[in-house]
Design a protein around this ligand. Structure first.
Ligand code: NAD
Ligand code: UFG
Length: 332
C-alpha cells in the first residue's frame, strides 16, 4: 500500500516527502516538473537514505496517470500539484483553472475507479479573501477570492466536499496554509522557483545574493504596526509535519476535515526583512513602492483547531525560518 504524492518535487511536497519517508511510508510521487527540477528526487534519496517510485506525469494526462494507479496500490493521496503564482493566474485564468481544477478532477476520477478514498489537499489562507477578523479561524467565511489562483482553491475545496457528501466512506483534509518559508536543515531542499519570484522570501533571497538589486516593499500605508503587510510565516518543515498528522486523522475518520496551518503570529514585511538581515548578518536593500493589487493588510491564523484535533503545533520561529532559507540559498 502506497501514498501517492502529487507535486512531490515541489517546495512543500518535497519537504513532506522527507517526513513521510522518515516515518517509513511507501511513496509514489508524480510531478511534471513545470515548477520544480528532477534533481530534487536525488536529494530526497540522499537526505532520507530511502527510496520511492517516481512518475513524470502531468495530472491532465489521464492515460498515463491511470498507469500509476494500475501499477501501485494507492491507499491515500496527498495532493500538492498545482500552479500557484497569483499574478500569473490573473493573466492566464484558463491555464490556472484547467491545470488546478481539471487536474484534480482527473485525479478524483481515477481515485474513484481504483477505490482510493482518502485525500489531503493543499489549500490556502487565500480562500478567506480579505478576512473579516484576525486571527482567522476555520469558521470564518470563505469566498471573495481576489484572483483565479485563489478561486481555483475555493472551487477544489467545494468539489472535494461534494465528493465526501456523495460517498460516506470518503475522507478529505483541506489544509489551509498560511505563508510557508524556510527550508530543510540539510540545505538541499528549499523554494527554488523556475521564474522570477512573486513571494517575499524568495525575493529577499534574490536580493541578498545579488541576483536582484532591490526589494520592492508593496505599500507602507496599511493599517498595521509599521504600515506594511502582516502575514503568518510558517516554517515549511512544520507545515510538512502537519500533513502527516492530517493523514493520520483521515485514515481514522471519514468526512471533510478543515485545518488552518499557521503559527498564529503575524509579522510585517519590514519585520521579516530586519529579522533576515540580523540573523544572517547580511544587507537587503529595499524601497517602498505602491501597494500590489489584490493584497490584503493582515492575515494570520488561529491554529488552535489543528492543535486540539491533530496535536500539531508549529515549532520553529521566524528567526529559524530566515536562517534556514538563507542556508538553502547559499548552498544552491
Ligand atoms: P511548487 O510549485 O513548488 O510545487 C507544486 C508542484 O506541482 C511542482 O513541482 C510542479 O511541477 C507540480 N505540478 C504543477 N502542476 C502539475 C500537473 N498538472 N501535473 C503534475 N505536476 C504538477 O509549489 P508549493 O509551494 O510546493 O505548493 C504546493 C501546493 O500548496 C500548491 O497546490 C499550492 O497552490 C499550495 N499552496 C502553496 C502556498 C505557498 O505559499 N507556497 C500557500 C498556500 C497553498
Ligand atoms: N511583498 C512585498 N514585496 C515582494 C513580495 C511580497 O512587499 O516582492 C509583501 C506583500 O505585499 C505581502 C507580503 O509581502 O504583504 C507577503 O507576500 P507574498 O507574496 O509572499 O505572500 P501572500 O500573502 O501575498 O500570498 C501567499 C501565497 C499564496 C497563498 C497565501 C496564503 O503566494 O499562494 O500566501 O496566505 F495563498
Amino acid at each position: 500500500m502506497s501514498i501517492l504524492v502529487t507535486g512531490g518535487a515541489g517546495y512543500i511536497g518535497s519537504h513532506t516527502v522527507v517526513e513521510l519517508l522518515e516515518k517509513g511510508e511507501e511513496l509514489v510521487i508524480v510531478d511534471n516538473f513545470v515548477n520544480s527540477k528532477p534533481e530534487v528526487l536525488d536529494k530526497l534519496r540522499k537526505i532520507t537514505n530511502k527510496d520511492f517510485k517516481f512518475y513524470e506525469v502531468d495530472l491532465l494526462d489521464e492515460e498515463n496517470l491511470e498507469k500509476v494507479f494500475q501499477e501501485n496500490d494507492i491507499e491515500s493521496v496527498i495532493h500538492f500539484a498545482g500552479l500557484k503564482a497569483v499574478g500569473e493566474s490573473v493573466q492566464k485564468p484558463i491555464e490556472y483553472y484547467h491545470n488546478n481544477i481539471t487536474g484534480t478532477l482527473v485525479l478524483l476520477k481515477l481515485m474513484k475507479k481504483y477505490n482510493c478514498k482518502r485525500i489531503v489537499f493543499s489549500s490556502s489562507a487565500t480562500v478567506y479573501g480579505d478576512p473579516e477578523i484576525v486571527p482567522i479561524t476555520e469558521k470564518c467565511k470563505v469566498g471573495n477570492t481576489t484572483n483565479p489562483y485563489g478561486t481555483s482553491k475555493l472551487f477544489i475545496e467545494r468539489i472535494l466536499q461534494d465528493v465526501c457528501f456523495s460517498d460516506k466512506e470518503f475522507s478529505v483534509a483541506l489544509l489551509r496554509y498560511f505563508n510557508p518559508i524556510g527550508a530543510h536543515k540539510s540545505g538541499l531542499l528549499g523554494e527554488d522557483p523556475n521564474d522570477i519570484p512573486n513571494n517575499l522570501m524568495p525575493y529577499i533571497l534574490g536580493v541578498a545574493k545579488g541576483k536582484y538589486e532591490i526589494l520592492n516593499v508593496f505599500g507602507n500605508d496599511y493599517p498595521t504596526k509599521d504600515g506594511t503587510g502582516v502575514r503568518d510565516y510558517i516554517h515549511v518543515v512544520d507545515l510538512a509535519k502537519g500533513h502527516l498528522k492530517a493523514l493520520d486523522k483521515i485514515r481514522k475518520e471519514a468526512g471533510t476535515q478543515i485545518y488552518n496551518l499557521g503559527t498564529g503570529n503575524g509579522y510585517s514585511v519590514l519585520e521579516l526583512v530586519e529579522t533576515f538581515k540580523r540573523v544572517n548578518n547580511i544587507d537587503v536593500k529595499y524601497r517602498i513602492t505602491d501597494r500590489r493589487p489584490g493584497d490584503i493588510a493582515v492575515c494570520y491564523a488561529d491554529p488552535s483547531k489543528a492543535k486540539q484535533e491533530l496535536g500539531w503545533v508549529a515549532e520553529y520561529g521566524v528567526e529559524e525560518m530566515c536562517k534556514d532559507s538563507w542556508n538553502f540559498a547559499v548552498n544552491n
